[in-house]
Ligand binder design. Structure first.
Ligand code: XMP
Ligand code: MG
Length: 189
């Protein structure tokens, strides 16, 4: 027996601008979960040729990995949304890059989003899509902050529920930095 304390394992922090972030979800864990989600979607949408709709910029990496786990025919159409915080909780969401109507009408849509925070962005965009008569709309989200949700969104497939803290990596940014990190990091207090 020894009284010598084993040294704390070193956590590798990442610095972006003025803030430090610590590891939260490893690349391997993300990969495993996406494989499961891809498998479930492949079964659910067999023969339906769904249109995956990644919401730029944040969902680009998630979507790229997700569609590679989809077995069968599918299409891709990208959108870009801009949210305005406004004065308080009633923010507006503007569609900056939209999809041609032919890719929506009568099609099975799979929205791909990086993170569900308040739910405002998806809530507005789902209404925008629904107005164009798709055959169905499903939502796939990599991360969700249950404590932050103000607009409840029905999620078909979820990667991970996380605590209500700011995260970066795997597509998510802090002031444009951190999107290229292959795993998820959380703000370190
Ligand atoms: P809402 O509140 O509309 O927010 O659900 C969704 C969008 O807000 C961004 N967001 C984050 N980005 N780390 C980020 O890098 C976070 O922890 C975070 N929480 C929300 C993100 O762009 C998402 O699409
Ligand atoms: Mg985003």
């Amino acid at each position: 027996m020894s009284n010598v304390k084993s040294p704390k394992p070193k956590v590798k922090l990442v610095q972006l601008h003025d803030l430090k972030f610590r590891p939260m979800i490893s690349a391997a864990k993300i990969k495993r979960r996406i494989r499961e989600i891809g498998s479930a979607l492949s079964q659910d949408f067999e023969g339906k040729k769904p249109v995956f709709i990644p919401i730029l910029n944040g969902a680009f990496m998630f979507a790229a990995d997700l569609v590679r786990e989809f077995r069968g025919d599918c299409e891709l159409a990208f959108v870009q949304l801009k949210s305005y915080a406004g004065t308080g909780s009633t923010g507006e969401v503007r569609v900056v890059l939209d999809i041609e109507r032919a890719k929506i009408e009568g099609r099975h849509l799979i929205l791909v989003e990086d993170i569900l925070d308040s739910g405002r962005t998806l809530h507005h965009f789902l209404q925008h899509l629904a107005a164009q008569n798709p055959a169905s709309i499903s939502t796939v989200v990599l991360l969700r902050k249950p404590a932050a949700v103000q607009f409840p969104i029905e999620v078909r497939q979820l990667g991970f529920d996380i605590e209500n803290k700011f995260v970066v990596g795997y597509g998510l940014d802090y002031d444009d930095l951190g999107r290229n990190l292959p795993s998820i990091f959380v703000l370190s207090e």
